[in-house]
Design a protein around this ligand. Structure first.
Ligand SMILES: *[C@@H]1O[C@H](CO)[C@@H](O)[C@H](O)[C@H]1NC(C)=O
Ligand SMILES: *[C@@H]1O[C@H](CO)[C@@H](O)[C@H](O)[C@H]1NC(C)=O
Ligand SMILES: *[C@@H]1O[C@H](CO)[C@@H](O)[C@H](O)[C@H]1NC(C)=O
Ligand SMILES: *[C@@H]1O[C@H](CO)[C@@H](O)[C@H](O)[C@H]1NC(C)=O
Ligand SMILES: *[C@@H]1O[C@H](CO)[C@@H](O)[C@H](O)[C@H]1NC(C)=O
Ligand SMILES: *[C@@H]1O[C@H](CO)[C@@H](O)[C@H](O)[C@H]1NC(C)=O
Ligand SMILES: *[C@@H]1O[C@H](CO)[C@@H](O)[C@H](O)[C@H]1NC(C)=O
Ligand SMILES: *[C@@H]1O[C@H](CO)[C@@H](O)[C@H](O)[C@H]1NC(C)=O
Ligand SMILES: *[C@@H]1O[C@H](CO)[C@@H](O)[C@H](O)[C@H]1NC(C)=O
Ligand SMILES: *[C@@H]1O[C@H](CO)[C@@H](O)[C@H](O)[C@H]1NC(C)=O
Ligand SMILES: *[C@@H]1O[C@H](CO)[C@@H](O)[C@H](O)[C@H]1NC(C)=O
Ligand SMILES: *[C@@H]1O[C@H](CO)[C@@H](O)[C@H](O)[C@H]1NC(C)=O
Length: 848
């Protein structure tokens, strides 16, 4: 459910500083080790000295010295191929319906091609192999499909300058500007000059191509475009754009911007190192890099006692705030409604604004990704907004979902009910039906059904499993409204588009036990059987008084919320996109119903085997005994269930769902939210001629005859980069892993940051420090103070697990002969757990 690509870097440029500074290119004599085989070693040494930013050229030089091992690659392909069979849209990706805006891709055939290249020894190094795999992942254009693994997780590529795309007057097509110019020019009363070329290419062509390559997980190019651009709602959440922080593929060494006024800026691409300092010990060669990043082995020379964790400060140093104003460079005004503890590292995220002069209220929901204990305060802030707006007699409401990439599914359901207590959303979903999935589902569902609720032992299992993805008995058959009788009823198959699917399921939100297990002990408001007597079932506004604003990046739980709201008749306005006229979709991030971690699937398979003796299904005959990933991964996921409409079989992900109106960002409104909301209010409620030419009439909301979706410009999926391997030698594989630096000490388990209690004030895990911390437990248990082994924060830390502190990044290390500055800030310090778990002494584990 949580949408986090590998990059969890928090950028937090200080307000008084320009966010990008002129690069100080200062050639200097290289004093370091000049053996190209040791470039990785030089980088790691610099990291251990405290540096994080490198020249992209140096990172690339390092990455291409990492050798390739076909046997390991083959194991990984087998593992990922077995996993991706659970991904719900394989058939639709291969054969998309009309209106899908991305090129088709046959994932299984492409994997076959990659395997053939492995067999033919065509990969000169690990970078080439991982690039091929990652391009395939990206070609799926699904934000629920992620793979943060291997050496590609070591660096993120970035431009030291951020860019923004704005129109001068809202009518002219937007042009690209340096973000600082957009922020400061309106304040200082001058007109900035637009960028005309980047890297020697016409700017729109460059951005379109760069976006198609590096903006991960969007179903149309308009959204990919927006993902590269600066935005105040990204600033308040502390994120970096795909252009200035999240590049996956080596973009080249030098970077040049030219401007319409004739001036130019010459700079270099940078690479941000993603691992914790000192975590790897002293790696020297590309082979050492392989052991650490691909195999997950910690070198033998690693000495945990050498680690000096940064000083631990009690709690968070950032003051809670009641306004996003300073973290958005003045873009957000002071709010009328504020969720407690508002802040980048705080628990609050909801704000509300009342503009009585235009009788419009704005509810800003920039994310649904919250820690469980703040669920009540989030929902309360939404209710407060509605109550106060109603008291003021506000006529129209804008729900601002810009940059909302999803999070906790419960918030989609409760937020919907807050606006429409009289309606029940459909919320249907389905998954692929195939032997391995059906064996797991049959075993686990059968096991659940066999449990006796009067037996205390059984009751515990029953509680734990009630919302498990593989227990179908507690979910509703959408066709009948009754519980499924078991997996055989559910698995169908329903044949569709050349593949087999389950029937459509719905959550039984009236089942309190299900709710508690599914939503971390919270009950979504308004769904229990007695809901009608629970309070007010009167809606405050009709659908035509509400408009939702997005930037196309809405994904996952945000897309689920948007679907419920638009089916109720609420209209949408989308902002930004490529500089071409015409419609744009409101939710182009993933529209699936469930993101699923690959590590959870490993657990599910082991679990189904472990109950094999208790059930009739012969799980052990079908389910692999060991799941070996081959390649180490930090996190990896896929989409388990499609969102589907009632009496429909096409996944929502593949339907063309245009916004009712599209507007351009302008120089006046990109960094002035008040101006933007005024513009939205006018376009939605007063004068639809503010909409971009040709952008209306495509929406299916309240419209039985929408215009046909735009044709897809002929394009091929990007599945190969023309990487110039000249100068990179084929490296020979070290067949004797016993020698050299490696040991049996493995890195932390894939995909999870696990925090445990200290034993006798000591920690056995490397890179952790025993500290006393307060941990919030779920289920109303409150905060507990415990001694826990806290890992060090890193740029790649899972932000749903850790609270980390920011620290200004330092200048880059001059490994070769140039110097530059990149002024974004990063996570640092000790990882303070955001939520308590059983391992930390709480009664319940939160379910994320
Ligand atoms: C890495 O360890 C060394 C030796 O203990 C220490 O001096 C250095 O400060 C550490 N680096 C960082 C970034 O913490
Ligand atoms: C991937 O799995 C599918 C389905 O089991 C199989 O047909 C295909 O051969 C596999 N491909 C590779 C490269 O292992
Ligand atoms: C040209 O425009 C750029 C971008 O707005 C600006 O930084 C630069 O100072 C301008 N150059 C001149 C000579 O006006
Ligand atoms: C930038 O230009 C260089 C040199 O022409 C090229 O190698 C590189 O791929 C380009 N980068 C991007 C991101 O287009
Ligand atoms: C990048 O710029 C530097 C300094 O101007 C130059 O020496 C180098 O050859 C350039 N690199 C590429 C790949 O063009
Ligand atoms: C939620 O709000 C209550 C008061 O309404 C407050 O006591 C509590 O600390 C808040 N929790 C968080 C995490 O903000
Ligand atoms: C489904 O089954 C559960 C027991 O597992 C029960 O509490 C619930 O009421 C049933 N729901 C419906 C709609 O029958
Ligand atoms: C509705 O049911 C829930 C759970 O059974 C209970 O906690 C709540 O108090 C009930 N509400 C009313 C108004 O009866
Ligand atoms: C949908 O259409 C109905 C009937 O024409 C109208 O009353 C309602 O206001 C429309 N809703 C919206 C959101 O435009
Ligand atoms: C199934 O496999 C698991 C281990 O994967 C084992 O513990 C269990 O005994 C097996 N069950 C049977 C019936 O063989
Ligand atoms: C789905 O189809 C059935 C049977 O045709 C019908 O009764 C039902 O109302 C439809 N559901 C929706 C939500 O349209
Ligand atoms: C933002 O726009 C509003 C509405 O046009 C205007 O009143 C306000 O002065 C602007 N704020 C800034 C900081 O320019």
């Amino acid at each position: 459910m949580l949408l986090v690509k590998g990059l969890a870097i928090v950028s937090w440029a200080v307000c008084s500083l320009a966010r990008t500074l002129p690069p100080g290119l200062q050639p200097r004599q290289d004093e370091g080790d000049t053996d190209p085989q040791h470039i990785c070693g030089s980088i790691v040494t610099a990291v251990n000295e405290g540096y994080q930013i490198f020249l992209a050229s140096e990172a690339y030089e390092c990455l291409t010295t990492v050798p390739f091992n076909p046997a390991v690659a083959t194991r990984f392909i087998k593992y990922w191929n077995e996993t991706i069979q659970f991904h719900s849209t394989l058939a639709y990706l291969k054969n998309p319906p009309e209106g899908y805006q991305q090129p088709a891709v046959d994932v299984v055939a492409e994997l076959e091609r990659i395997q053939q290249r492995v067999d033919a020894n065509s990969y000169a190094n690990q970078y080439d192999f991982e690039t091929d795999v990652q391009l395939l992942v990206y070609a799926m254009h699904d934000g629920h499909v992620s793979l943060n693994a291997g050496i590609l997780s070591a660096f993120y590529f970035a431009s030291p300058y951020e860019v923004a795309s704005v129109s001068l007057d809202g009518k002219q097509e937007p042009r690209i500007y340096i973000t600082d110019d957009v922020i400061y020019a309106p304040q200082e009363g001058w007109t900035p000059s637009p960028v005309t070329t980047i890297n020697g290419t016409e700017v729109n062509d460059f951005i379109t191509h760069y976006a198609a390559l590096n903006a991960w997980g969007y179903i149309e190019p308009h959204a990919e475009w927006n993902a590269l651009m600066s935005h105040p709602t990204l600033d308040i959440q502390g994120g970096l754009t795909a252009f200035s922080g999240g590049g996956t593929f080596y973009p080249g060494d030098n970077l040049t911007f030219t401007f319409e006024n004739g001036s130019r800026v010459d700079t270099v691409w940078v690479a941000i190192y993603g691992e914790i300092a000192n975590n790897t010990g002293p790696l020297t060669t590309g082979g050492d890099f392989y052991n650490y990043f691909v195999l997950g082995l910690i070198p033998e020379s690693f000495d945990a006692s050498l680690l000096v964790p940064p000083t631990f400060l009690d709690g968070d140093t950032t003051e809670p705030t009641t306004s996003w104003n300073s973290s958005s460079y003045g873009a957000f005004p002071d709010a009328d409604i504020v969720q407690p503890d508002l802040g980048i590292f705080g628990g609050g995220i909801v704000t509300g604004y009342f503009y009585e002069e235009i009788s419009t209220g704005v509810l800003s929901l920039p994310s649904f990704d919250i820690s469980p204990e703040t669920t009540g305060n989030f929902t309360q802030a939404v209710s407060d907004f509605i109550y106060n707006a109603s008291a003021l007699g506000i006529n129209n409401v804008i729900i601002d979902l810009q940059r909302n990439s999803g999070g906790v599914m419960l918030l989609a359901y409760t937020s919907f009910k807050s606006f429409f207590p009289d309606l029940t959303p459909f919320g249907g979903s389905r998954r692929r039906s195939f032997p391995l999935a059906n064996v797991i589902g049959t075993s686990v569902s059968e096991f659940w059904a066999s449990l006796d609720e009067n037996d205390p032992n059984d009751a515990i299992f029953q509680q734990q499993l009630v919302a498990d993805e593989w227990v179908i008995n507690t979910r509703l058959n959408a066709a009948t409204g009754n519980n499924f009788t078991g997996w055989p009823e559910y698995q169908g198959p329903v044949n569709d588009n050349g593949d087999a699917f389950s029937l459509t399921e719905r959550y039984d939100l009236a089942n309190e036990l299900f709710d508690q297990a599914a939503f971390d002990q919270w009950i979504p408001m308004g769904y229990l059987a007695n809901a009608t007597v629970q309070g007010d079932t009167q809606r405050t506004w009709n659908p035509d008084q509400i408009v939702i604003l997005t930037d196309g990046l809405c994904a996952s739980a945000c897309a689920v919320f948007l679907e419920m709201m638009t089916r109720a008749g609420v209209r949408t306005i989308v902002a930004g996109g490529r500089p071409i006229k015409g419609p744009m979709q409101a939710a182009s991030g993933n529209r699936g119903a469930a993101s699923y971690a690959i590590s959870s699937l490993d657990d599910d398979m082991a679990y189904a085997r472990s109950i094999d003796t208790y059930v009739e299904e012969d799980a052990n005959a079908t389910i692999p005994e060991v799941r070996e990933s081959g390649m180490f991964y930090l996190s990896a996921s896929f989409n388990l269930r499609d969102q589907v409409r009632a009496n429909d079989t096409t996944p929502l992900q593949f339907k063309y769902e245009a916004a009712d109106c599209r507007i351009y960002y302008t120089l006046a409104n990109l960094y002035n939210m008040t101006q933007l909301w005024y513009d939205v209010s006018t376009a939605a409620f007063v004068d639809s001629s503010l909409c971009v030419e040709g952008s209306t009439g495509f929406s299916t909301t309240n419209n039985t005859t929408p215009s046909a979706p735009p044709k897809v410009a002929a394009q091929r999926p990007i599945l190969e980069l023309n990487i110039d391997n000249a100068g990179v030698e084929q490296l020979t594989w070290d067949d004797n892993p016993e020698e050299g630096i490696r040991s049996d000490q493995f890195r932390a388990a894939s995909g999870r940051t696990i925090i445990r209690l200290c034993k006798n004030d000591r920690c056995s895990e490397p890179n952790t420090k025993c500290e006393t911390v307060p941990v919030p437990c779920s289920g109303g248990e409150g905060k507990k103070t415990v001694k826990a082994c806290l890992p060090l924060c890193s740029n790649g830390q899972d932000p749903s697990v850790c609270s980390c502190k920011k620290q200004p990044s330092r200048d880059n290390k001059q490994i070769s002969n140039s110097k530059l500055q990149y002024h974004e800030n990063f996570y640092t310090g000790l990882c303070i757990p955001k939520q308590g778990t059983k391992l930390l002494g709480c009664t319940y584990d939160p379910i994320v």
